[in-house]
Design a protein around this ligand. Structure first.
Ligand code: ASP
Ligand code: MG
Length: 421
């Protein structure tokens, strides 16, 4: 008998039929002798709809500045505390419905909010971090032979307010529950059959990976693979929670994300990711002296702008250009910060470019294989793609390119690194 956490994403529970199909799968797992804890996302696009609803209520000018969060296309205007109250209801609906459906099939089940199962977070609304999971309520429920269904994406703060964990946060809920309960596995059910070597909508010859290491998955999630939320992968890697990403439409085995297997030879490049959600800012001709970069990036950090790639040119006659990327939804904040610092730092101009994309190659074998970067640059060059910025980690290489060339670039790299199925 194993203890399994099963997480179902929004598309898996988008309507009553889907909810019944999911309930049926949970019940089958229980009947095979396993203990199951379920974490669930809001039905379909409920979260986006709730955000739109809030934005429609807020017509006045005094509404806080728009901010959007990675996965949602809809920017959030509302006050964070009330937004969290509002958005947490989406997952309550799906959790209650799923518990009813499981119960209906003859297996006792009960739904719980994040707060009820003791998911304690800090007080940063909209992007709260989990501080502690008190699993007693879940353990009692399991001991009583029930299937607890936990509303994902939410917790309760140390100040006793409802919080949410950021878009895609139900993945984090599931992993946190699995860690707290010492579960054998955390299954993430979604609408794709696993993690692919590239986005199959872009690279037709992409294929599902049977397994991928945490290290690689972290890099992939950070550079555009949207299958599992980055924070959930980080949490899983830190707490050694084995993940299994799979489809709730076909139910076939998917991709296992786990510790690297030292006995297996590592692929040089395991996957290609791309990301068009970032924009590039260039601060032209800043004086080349200590303290300038510190001032710029400290100010951006204080306003929670998430800076990604940074490139500074070599200095010519005492001045240098600094370019960096930020999420598009942070672009206006970042631009106003940079413009207001322009005088202070003595820069000549600040420009923004939101028609960029980033392509990345990720692979644990890159550590020990020279020449990977040369192959990447040659491949892009042969495809007529110009490289605007480059960044690397031990197992990743990323290039910023023109957004309109992203498909060509991904396909060319997928072929060049032998990933075509
Ligand atoms: N419902 C939330 C969202 O859409 C959380 C999640 O789906 O994981 O971001
Ligand atoms: Mg979702």
């Amino acid at each position: 008998m194993a203890l399994i956490v099963q997480k179902f994403g929004g598309s898996s529970v988008s309507d009553p039929d889907r909810i019944r199909a999911v309930a049926d799968h949970v019940v089958r797992t229980v009947r095979r002798g396993h203990q199951v804890v379920v974490a669930v996302s809001a039905m379909g696009k409920t979260t986006d709809d709730l955000i739109r609803l809030a934005n429609a209520v807020l017509t006045n000018e005094s509404a806080p500045a728009e901010k959007a969060v990675k996965k949602g296309e809809v920017p959030i205007k509302g006050d964070s505390r009330e937004m969290d109250m509002l958005l947490s209801t989406g997952e309550r609906i799906s959790a209650a419905l799923l518990a009813m459906a499981i119960d209906d099939l003859g297996v006792p089940s009960a739904s719980f909010t994040g707060s009820q199962v003791g998911i304690i977070t800090d007080t940063s609304h909209g992007r709260a971090k989990i501080l502690e999971v008190r699993g007693d309520r879940l353990r009692q429920s399991l001991a009583a032979g029930m299937v607890p269904v936990v509303a994902g994406f939410q917790g309760v703060s140390t100040g006793n307010d409802v919080t949410t964990l950021g878009r895609g946060g139900s993945d984090t809920t599931a992993v946190a529950l699995a860690a707290a309960l010492g579960a054998d596995e955390c299954e993430i059910y979604t609408d794709v059959t696993g993690v692919f070597t590239a986005d199959p909508r872009v690279a037709q010859r992409a294929h599902r990976m049977a397994r991928v290491s945490f290290e690689e998955m972290l890099e992939m999630a950070a550079t555009g693979s949207g299958v599992v939320a980055l924070r959930a992968v980080e949490f899983a890697s830190r707490h050694h929670v084995k993940l299994h990403v799979r489809s709730s439409f076909t139910w076939e085995p998917g991709t296992i994300i786990t510790e690297e297997d030292p006995t297996m030879e590592q692929a040089i490049v395991s996957g290609i990711t791309h990301d068009t959600s970032e924009a590039k800012i260039t601060i032209a001709r800043v004086p080349d002296r200590p303290g300038i970069a510190a001032l710029i990036f400290r100010t951006l950090a204080d306003r929670h702008v998430n800076v990604d790639m940074i490139v500074q040119n070599t200095s010519t006659d005492g001045a240098t250009d600094i370019s960096f990327t930020v999420p598009k939804f942070d672009l206006s904040t970042a631009m106003s910060i940079c413009n207001s610092l322009k005088e202070d730092v003595g820069a000549m101009a600040v420009t923004a470019d939101s028609t960029v994309a980033r392509v990345s190659i990720v692979g644990a074998g890159m550590k020990t294989n020279p020449g990977v970067s040369a192959t990447m640059f040659e491949t892009l060059s042969n495809a007529g793609v110009n490289i605007e910025m480059i960044s690397t980690s031990t197992i990743r290489l990323s290039c910023v390119i023109r957004a309109e060339q992203v498909e060509v670039a991904v396909q060319a790299l997928h072929t060049a690194f032998g990933l075509d199925a």
